[in-house]
Design a protein around this ligand. Structure first.
Ligand code: MN
Length: 736
């Protein structure tokens, strides 16, 4: 790049390239260095002229990420994708160009880390952020390299976070502790987890961070001296036993874990014993046991709980293997020694990465079940919840402390701590959870609320046709199982209510001498359902009745209205006064009208044009119009039949007549307003309105309406019936 003029040179950092290639060489992996260099060139070209908030050339960032990503198990494609991870998002270079230069695998990886952001139009910031995270985790779950690039990206962003404003620093640090560090831990990439935690810790608690790092630094010289002396003696003894090839390493606890230990266990800094540990790496497990013998000959093993673990003989369920032993050093100080093979070390440091076979682009045969499960869990959770819920599910079911149990076949199942056989059953399959009746743990029958322990072998006892008990919700731990249970109970509740509701309606129809089978036709039910709140399905009518949200009476009433053969409903209201006041006399346009005679509408039934009417020739107060179904008229007919005149009142060109209407509806805010608006729309005058709230969440409205004729009244009733929440509309006799 000698031809570059000096002003451009800073965007083509040669030292960074050498550094990266050196790192790749150090991890002893065959690599195509020319291709890696071309990846570097494209990154430099794309980001030329761009700077980060810290002021330095942008391209330093992707190169730093690529250096972190470079590890024994990550292929060239993974490293090149890391170099190009911000190119598509932030520069003019497209995915197509990347594919043309480096092939479809690199393109897919870059797309995996890029195409995650949700557009701003998608909603409020908080749910958008959760959605971003959801998409990111989904993409990460598909390819381990995407996870590694994202985690390394986050690491470098934290390392250079001083360029950001304090607010976004805090946000990034919190997100790191809540999502990225736990994810690194779940993947077993402890290296990254510790670094991420320490950097976030530094942002969130700068003073504590400074205090603890000072304390560690102060004691470092002494600890290093002791550690070096111990390593020298150990080296000699291992040599004598033919283990001269052993690799010895000293290690210091990371700051955030010291801080946590001090806070959680309320310890002073001086009380934390295992600040540093000595690690011995060997070739075979047998060599590890020989080395353990050497250590115990040299220093006295400490007695008590938590002083010795043989995870080589019995590995942790997540696959971790190592011997841990605490011994008393030469000067009486505590020394922790960890002994493992190189392969075990790789698994411990790089987690899932150690199991990733990049040649096939998928997990190698010896990958622990946990990666597959993590993918499945992330996938499942991201499909279900909305943003907020997703974050809650994530922290309860995925990032919480886990317990590892086994199926009788030996498959490892990972569950949140304190999980029960029910959680186990639902984790395997929903149907299994619903049919479970009992469980055996390690061959013994246990209650279903038993908390499972690491290593338990769980065998489920199921029976077809059995169903979950609501009690299960009291002890199931995982949000996954709880969600499935709740959905089941919601469904079952609806079915039961529907059965109860149907029975009540059938009984009422029979009581009234009606044929339930004919009345409850699909067509009738569909018509009623369409009129109910929220346009529900026919099945839901019964469920609502069963639940008491809709009365049996109102459904029966509607069924009768729909069935023309059914007898007319009996009058709902009782008698009012027969006499109309003199001023309400008028001259209706009726056939056979008598001149010079005043006509009045009976107050008891308030007839309107179009009604079947009859006239009662009163003594000195003109002729009073009654509806033929008016109970008063029926009474008069018995006693003064001769005073009744048959009349027809078809239409009244200009007149309007008061009619009383009762509306029954589910009570809700704004209902009165909605009904009034509906009346105004149909140009119906309102004379009076009264509301009565009934105890069963329904309300009754009594309206006095100015109605032209029967057609007008039918039209108004139909409009109101169609409104949400309205159960029935009834014309009243008189004013009652
Ligand atoms: Mn980046």
């Amino acid at each position: 790049m000698a031809h570059l003029d000096p002003s451009r040179a800073e965007f083509w950092p040669q030292e960074d390239l050498q550094d990266l290639l050196e790192t790749v060489r150090r991890v002893k992996r065959p690599a195509d260095y020319d291709r890696l260099t071309r990846g570097w060139e494209l990154a430099c070209r794309a980001h030329e002229g761009q700077r980060r908030k810290t002021g330095e050339a942008y391209v330093h960032h992707p190169i730093a990420v690529a250096k972190t990503v470079a590890s024994p198990r990550v292929d060239d494609d993974g490293i090149i994708a890391a170099l190009l991870h911000d190119v598509v998002e932030d520069t003019v270079v497209s995915s197509e160009e990347i594919e043309a230069a480096f092939g479809p695998d690199v393109r897919q990886l870059v797309d995996g880390v890029t195409k995650l952001d949700v557009p701003e139009s998608a909603g409020p910031t908080s749910s958008r952020e959760a959605e971003n995270l959801r998409r990111m985790l989904l993409a990460m779950a598909r390819d381990f390299r995407v996870m590694l690039i994202k985690l390394s990206d986050r690491l470098h962003n934290l390392q250079t976070i001083h360029g950001q404003n304090p607010e976004s620093q805090t946000k990034k640090a919190n997100e790191t502790l809540e999502v990225f560090a736990p994810l690194a831990a779940r993947l077993g990439v402890w290296q990254l987890k510790w670094q991420l935690e320490d950097l976030a810790f530094k942002v969130l608690h700068p003073e504590e961070f400074r205090r603890i790092s000072n304390l560690v630094a102060q004691s470092k010289e002494e600890r290093d001296r002791e550690l070096n002396a111990a390593m020298a003696i150990l080296r000699t003894r291992l040599d004598e036993r033919g283990l001269g090839h052993a690799l010895l390493m000293g290690r210091t606890k990371h700051l955030f874990s010291i801080y946590n230990k001090m806070v959680k266990q309320d310890l002073a800094f001086e009380e934390i014993l295992d600040l540093s540990a000595l690690r011995i790496l060997l070739n075979t497990p047998t060599e590890c046991y020989v080395a353990m013998g050497v250590v115990h000959e040299l220093w006295r093993p400490m007695q008590g709980k938590d002083m010795f673990f043989d995870y080589i003989g019995s590995p942790k369920p997540n696959g971790y293997q190592s011997i841990h032993t605490k011994v008393l050093g030469a000067n009486g100080q505590t020394l922790e020694v960890q002994i493992r093979t190189h392969r075990m070390h790789e698994v411990a440091e790089f987690g899932v990465a150690a199991h990733w076979s990049y040649k096939e682009g998928r997990p190698a045969a010896d990958t622990p079940a946990q990666f597959g499960q993590l993918r499945r869990q992330l996938d499942e959770i991201s499909r279900q919840g909305s943003g907020r819920e997703f974050l809650r599910d994530l922290s309860t079911d995925v990032f919480s402390d886990q317990v590892f149990v086994r199926t009788p076949k030996g498959d490892v199942i990972e569950l949140p701590l304190d999980s029960t056989p029910i959680d186990f059953a639902f984790r395997i399959h929903t149907d299994l959870g619903l049919k479970t009746t009992g469980a055996k743990v390690n061959g013994t029958m246990v209650p279903l609320h038993t908390k499972l322990q690491n290593g338990d072998v769980v065998q489920l006892i199921t029976r077809t046709g059995s169903s979950p008990s609501p009690d299960w919700l009291k002890f199931t731990k995982s949000r996954h199982a709880r969600a499935k249970l709740k959905a089941y109970f919601r469904r079952r509740g609806q079915e039961r209510n529907a059965a109860d509701g149907r029975q009540a309606i059938v009984q009422e129809l029979r009581r009234q001498g009606l044929d339930p089978r004919a009345m409850l036709s699909e067509e009738n039910l569909a018509q009623i359902a369409a009129k109910m709140r929220g346009k529900i399905s026919a099945d839901l009518i019964f469920a609502r009745v069963g639940e008491g949200l809709t009365s049996v009476h109102s459904v029966v009433q509607k069924l009768k209205e729909l069935s023309p053969s059914a007898p007319p409903p009996p009058p709902l209201e009782t008698l009012a006064l027969v006499d109309a006041p003199p001023e309400s006399g008028f001259a209706p346009s009726i056939s056979g009208r008598l001149d010079n005679v005043l006509y009045r509408r009976g107050k008891c039934c308030l007839p309107i044009p179009g009604d079947e009417v009859a006239g009662y020739v009163s003594r000195g107060r003109g002729i009073i119009l009654h509806r033929t179904i008016c109970p008063n008229l029926l009474g008069i007919m018995e006693q003064e039949k001769e005073r009744i005149q048959d009349l027809t009142w078809e239409a009244e060109p200009d007149g309007v007549f008061p009619v009383m209407v009762k509306i029954t509806a589910l009570d809700r805010d704004g209902l009165l307003h909605d009904v009034t608006a509906c009346l105004a729309e149909s140009k119906t005058g309102v004379l009076s309105a009264k509301v009565k709230t009934l105890p069963n969440t329904t309300a009754e409205f009594h309206f006095g309406l100015n109605i032209r004729d029967v057609r007008h009244l039918r039209e108004v009733s139909a409009r109101i019936s169609r409104m949400a929440d309205v159960i029935s509309v009834t014309r009243l006799f008189g004013k009652a």
